[in-house]
Design a protein around this ligand. Structure first.
Ligand SMILES: N[C@@H](CCC(=O)N[C@@H](CS)C(=O)NCC(=O)O)C(=O)O
Length: 145
């Protein structure tokens, strides 16, 4: 009796794991590529170039909070020189995220650009900071303040 119960629960666990694995594999390999219009790509490229610093973020994202804190609190980038988009608060936020993926090959947020150059996410920003390269990259941004 006990053996049967154990067998059933193992079977259920195996079925659940199989379902999850199938879902992950299907999402990874079978999902259709997102179609982003050239108009949206051009619009997002324009947004990236509008200010010296561009950050695509999401309000609930801890990595985004860390990036914004590094840029604005720690390194004193003036907010007037930055465009920060909180994608989760924008009606076209997912469209912008799709376009950013197409442009930079990066889907995650934060997605940082400085003077039109793709920096990457928070870990990339932190690596640049640690190596001293971020100060170099930000020099022109901080020059005339
Ligand atoms: N290693 C990345 C991690 C960024 C990350 O995982 N961001 C999450 C939000 S906290 C994300 O973009 N998830 C996918 C999404 O929101 O579409 C970094 O340092 O920036």
């Amino acid at each position: 009796m006990e053996t049967n119960f154990s067998f059933d629960s193992n079977l259920i666990v195996i079925i659940i794991i199989t379902l999850f694995a199938t879902r992950i594999i299907a999402k990874r390999f079978l999902s259709t590529p997102k179609m982003v219009s050239q108009e949206t790509i051009a619009h997002v490229k324009d947004l990236i170039g509008q200010k010296e610093v561009f950050v695509a973020a999401k309000t609930y994202c801890p990595y985004c909070k860390a990036t914004l804190s590094t840029l604005f609190q720690e390194l004193n980038v003036p907010k007037s020189k930055a465009l920060v988009l909180e994608l989760d608060e924008m009606s076209n936020g997912s469209e912008i995220q799709d376009a950013l993926e197409e442009i930079s090959g990066q889907r995650t947020v934060p997605n940082v650009y400085i003077n039109g150059k793709h920096i990457g996410g928070n870990s990339d920003l932190e690596s640049l900071k640690k190596s001293g390269k971020l100060a170099e990259i930000l020099k022109p941004v901080l020059q005339d303040i």
